[in-house]
Design a protein around this ligand. Structure first.
Ligand code: S3P
Length: 167
């Protein structure tokens, strides 16, 4: 079993991923942390030194590696489905679930988050909401290629497992 959680920054991929993995007895991998370990650099530092394109190359490599893990829940980075043929790679190697959460909920979570996210660093609340709406417009077509969608902000892991086991 290999599950990929996808969706915008702040949609709760890591939180749900951890709970889902625990519930189903699977390993949990946060893709950003995996990239940081493999490269011995924070995501922020990779963006700083190599730009977004450098980060996307490393993200793709990480995904290729993770696509060979078994019995795992992967919380992917928010942009991962939108570059190269990453979405196809995930759909061909596992179960993809899109956490489709409303922009105002994303914005409030991101404003109170301690994680450094280079794409939104320093944005005020109104700037952030505009940025989320504009980038979601560009990303939604990728996210919607996921096999399943969840729109509840705090879904129960048992419900997710029953959704994918009884399609
Ligand atoms: C990004 C999302 C981040 C991280 C990077 C870029 C994006 O991951 O991969 O900062 O392009 O949406 P999270 O979705 O876990 O915050």
């Amino acid at each position: 079993m290999r599950i990929y959680l996808i969706g915008y920054m702040g949609c709760g991929k890591s939180t749900l991923g951890r709970r889902l993995a625990k519930h189903a007895g699977l390993q949990f991998v946060d893709m950003d942390h995996f990239i940081e370990e493999r490269n011995c650099k924070s995501v922020a530092r990779i963006f700083d030194e190599e730009g977004e394109s450098g980060f996307r190359e490393k993200e793709r490599k990480a995904l290729e590696e993770l696509a060979e893990f078994t019995d795992v829940v992967v919380a992917t980075g928010g942009g991962a489905p939108c570059f190269f043929d990453n979405m196809a790679l995930m759909n061909n190697t596992g179960i993809t679930i899109f956490l489709n959460i409303k922009p105002h909920i994303l914005a409030s979570r991101l404003l109170s988050s301690k994680t450094v996210r280079p794409l939104i660093a320093g944005k005020s609340e109104p700037e952030l909401i505009t940025f989320i709406r504009e980038s979601l417009d560009k990303r939604i077509g990728f996210y919607e290629q996921a096999r399943y969608q969840i729109t509840l902000p705090d879904v129960d892991p048992a419900e997710v497992m029953s959704m994918i086991q009884n399609p």
